[in-house]
Design a protein around this ligand. Sequence first.
Ligand code: CAA
Length: 389
Amino acid sequence: MDFQLSEDQKLIRDTAREFAENELAPLAATFDHEQRFPSEVIGRLAELGFMGMAVPEEHGGAGTDNLSYIIAVEEISRVCASTGVIVSVNNSLVCNPLTKFASDEQKEKFLVPLARGEKLGCFALTEPGSGSDAASLTTTAKKDGDHYILNGAKCFATNGPNADAVLIFATTDREKRSRGIGCFIVEKGTPGFSVGTIEKKMGIRAALSSELILDNVKIPASNRVGEEGQGFKIAMNTLDGGRTGIAAQALGIAQACLDASVRYAKERVQFGKPIADFQAIQWMLADMKTHIDASRLLTYRAAAAKESQSYFGLETAEAKLFAAETAVMCGIKAVQIHGGAGYMRDHPVERHMRDSKITELYEGTSEIQRLVIASNLIKGPRVSKASAK
Ligand code: CAA
């Protein structure tokens, strides 16, 4: 087993780190306080090729391996978890399924500008009545000649207010549950398609999440990705990749908490010595470090599994579960180590603690990750190798 990064992977890590520390760090707290979409840094990320990293170059991407992409999300999230998820959604949840399942025409029209970062994507599965039970969604897509008419509402859609193209999951036949779901591309500006409430959130406040309303939205049938009943499998396969992106985001948040805690523990003097000299603090730091290293191993293994295996849902569920719980634990411990100072708005660990919680919730809660892991143990892989493709 080789734990060394290649020269290319190191170069991408260093580029992402340099960008994050020099260009993103001075703005991250402001983006969070103002709940402002970080358009200026997204433009820079596009220039650096970070918006469609693992997309082949002929489709507008940077053509990197999946691990390089995961490392970039980790480095960006270490400084600004909001920017991390904007990047992750565009790469994992939009560019990835379009690379895998879109037609050549769809790739030319939608994937190329999304992968270049000229346009931004969004993945809309969740609805007010359909969260963990994704197959129960009620947004409908009705065939009308060579068009579909979409009706319904999506919620909590990351990038929703800023997206140029949205992957909408809608049912053509509710009786068939998951087998009746399709995946449709809806462009911003299509009549009947609008952004509803923009949510006020605990964390990742600069990554805007909103309702998306579909009121008799007419789209060409050529905007359907894959076959009519293939949408649920596209969504699940996409989330298997996306969850590794969220594991990387969680890892970045956890690492930021540890870095800040070690620094502070060495500086802060109480009872006549730095608090780093107290075993109570040392044990917290040791637990954070060990969990972070374990999360990184799981996350990098999941990234590699996506490269080499057609089904990688088990590895990705384990990585997301462990890294998310590690991020929350590290957020809480970092604030504890910082004491009252850590509870104050102008200290980054306050933001990191708020940002950490979402990693246990979106792209499948920790309970859903446990369900996927247990199901793999008891019933075997959730899908055969062939059907995961
Ligand atoms: N890959 C491919 N196909 C898969 C699959 C996978 N990983 N997992 C399941 N399938 C297939 C199954 O093989 C099955 O196919 P057949 O009908 O041919 O047998 C079909 O999908 C249905 O599978 P299940 O019966 O297992 O489906 P289920 O209804 O029991 O649901 C679930 C399974 C794991 C609970 C799923 O609903 C799930 O993952 N729920 C969580 C939803 C989620 O993650 N939402 C996140 C929203 S997106 C988001 O957060 C984005 C953002 O803004 C950041």
